[in-house]
Design a protein around this ligand. Structure first.
Ligand SMILES: Cc1ncc(COP(=O)(O)O)c(C=O)c1O
Length: 352
């Protein structure tokens, strides 16, 4: 029998295991739009505590959590400052403009590992003049997907946030993979979150739940977020079935993220030593491995096709860039096999 494919396309491809499914099946539920689902209420309380915020709101996706974050802090005609590769800017369908009438203004990080710093934001605030939009919000992402999933230096995050506060800007954190940063850094989720007014967190990435995210913040901002969730069609009824999976993930799948990070490093070590391949960010801190494919090996899409034939799925996310991602459903021996396959495909060169 042939081995099943090793799926490294994303950490969203995990499937709930038996124990998680049991927790879902046994969840107490009610109509959450009426505020009557005890499992959702429990998840929201736990998430608020985890992130050190007054309140949290369960939403269907990370995209909705980020969009609600932008909606809470802005009015039409406002401006959002973010990195040009931020998910909220690059991968959310232009939602900030379509939904909220907000203009994004990007700043390129020139700091450690390509990360932003207060210096990159300096001079980006519009003067108070009727010609201009109002600069209102800074959105950062930790870990930042397109910057290799690296953990930014905590002091840089603190200084950037302090700069934003001095200029009376609101701060949102896209924390889709915040728990990866927590496990990799040893800092708590609340320590990272305290610099931000609102924080989104995904249960359905490395934590392995089938769906769901949260946005956390002050009681007032989460009351506003609840209105926006309804407006966007994100009010779910017996959502405790999904919240139970997220609670299970918080109980059982946080510490084990270290295994994903170790597996990612194992793959990255092989990539770094393979001719024709290199690590885009120079190293791996968490579960994302962004790999540059030298044109002598063909395009990223060619490489993905050849690797698929060798039993490994990864994503082509640029003409010469692929991303591999470790997660709950990839064991160490599979990571080793994937690394060997990547090396083999590269060694075979641009042959079809
Ligand atoms: C950093 C980041 N933020 C937000 C999201 C959006 O999450 P969702 O797919 O649940 O909408 C993603 C998805 O990959 C992500 O990588």
């Amino acid at each position: 029998m042939s081995e099943p494919m090793i799926d490294l396309r994303s950490d969203t491809v995990t499937k709930p295991g038996t124990a998680m499914r049991r927790a879902m099946a046994e969840a107490e539920v009610g109509d959450d739009v009426y505020g009557e689902d005890p499992t959702v209420t429990l998840l929201e309380r736990r998430t608020a505590e985890l992130l050190g915020k007054e309140a949290a709101l369960f939403v269907p996706s990370g995209t909705m959590a980020n969009q609600i974050g932008v909606g809470v802090h802005t009015r039409p005609g406002d401006e959002l400052l973010c990195d040009p590769t931020a998910h909220v800017y690059m991968w959310e369908g232009g939602g900030v403009a379509r939904l909220w009438g907000v203009t994004p203004r990007t700043f390129v990080g020139t700091g450690v590992d390509g990360n932003w710093s207060a210096a990159d934001l300096e001079g980006k605030i519009r003067v108070d003049d009727p010609h201009y939009v109002r600069t209102r919000l800074v959105s950062l992402e930790i870990t930042q997907n397109r910057l290799g999933g690296l953990v930014p230096p905590h002091e840089v995050v603190a200084a950037t946030a302090a700069w934003a506060r001095t200029h009376k800007l609101a701060l949102h954190l896209d924390g889709a993979r915040l728990m990866n940063a927590v496990v990799a850094s040893g800092l708590t989720a609340a320590e990272w979150s305290r610099h931000f007014d609102t924080v989104s967190l995904c249960y359905s990435k490395g934590l392995g739940a089938p769906a769901g995210s949260a946005i956390a913040g002050s009681a007032a901002s989460i009351a506003a977020a609840r209105r926006l969730r309804k407006l966007l069609g994100g009010g779910m009824r017996q959502a405790g079935l999904l919240a139970a999976a997220a609670l299970y993930a918080l109980d059982h799948h946080v510490d084990r993220l270290a295994e994903d990070h170790a597996n990612a490093k194992l793959i990255a070590d092989v990539v770094a030593k393979t001719d024709g391949l290199s690590l885009e960010a120079g190293r791996v801190d968490t579960n994302l491995i962004w790999i540059v494919v030298d044109p002598s090996l063909g395009t990223a899409a060619d490489f993905v096709t050849r690797l698929k034939r060798a039993g490994v799925l990864v994503s082509a996310l640029g003409p010469q860039v692929i991303r591999a991602c470790t997660h709950l459903d990839v064991a160490q021996d599979q990571a080793e096999r994937a690394a060997a396959a990547i090396k083999q495909v590269a060694l075979m060169g641009n042959l079809d």
